[in-house]
Ligand binder design. Sequence first.
Ligand code: NAD
Length: 250
Amino acid sequence: MLLQDKVAVISGAASPRGIGMATARLFASQGASVVILDLDETAAREAAGQLPAGNHLGLACNVASRRDCQQAAATTLAHYGHIDALINNAGITQPVRTLDIDPESWDRILDVNLRGVLYLSQAFLPSMRERKAGSIACMSSVSAQRGGGIFGGPHYSAAKAGVLGLAKAMAREFGPDNIRVNCVTPGLIQTDITGGKLTDELRQDIIKGIPLNRLGNAEDVANAYLFLASDLSAYITGAVIDVNGGMLIH
Ligand code: NAD
């Protein structure tokens, strides 16, 4: 059991086919108490109720709201006393081109994908620093590394590239406190984030460019998060782990 008696908080984890929920299931099966954060309280609670037995919580938290993040941290810390791992997983995307990005779309995509990583990290970092222990894993994307071209628009690429910079800077700042901060950069993973807008033709085109010859599934990314949350990665910080089947080899 890689996470026996550990407490892990995962944002964006109530979506049944999503990466966050797959991560919550895996972490719980590895002995962790899991806090599921998502927009809808009922959905978060129900998702927590479906996890393998343990002391799990489901809380409402819009990661783009500083107040929500502070509140979620206060509730979590009141319940468990501390956390060991934070998974900044929540995200949204939008398939538009540069000239079609309006100010509202820019704000929405940047707020959830990038600002949310800052706010939720800020909410939990002080308690991690007090214990001189913690692991934070942040969701970026292959879109950040190769300039999109898969599904999300340029604002999504920009937000996910911002996550890489933010995570590396936090890794540098909090390393002396024994807090590790790393990122994952998945390729195309079969979840509901594409909202039914991924055509079969586009899917086949994408698979042609993947050496492992398949799209990823949520468990592929959950396994990388598990590695980063556990002590197996005790000497790894500021790193970026590709989970893309070889779609981008660099
Ligand atoms: P998903 O839509 O299944 O899950 C995203 C979850 O985030 C949902 O449960 C949603 O309710 C939640 N969420 C959205 N806005 C939120 C907010 N403001 N506050 C809190 N929660 C919020 O999609 P997924 O594919 O599992 O995505 C998880 C993460 O992986 C996202 O950050 C996404 O950008 C990233 N990602 C996905 C892929 C892919 O191909 N699916 C590839 C690379 C990166």
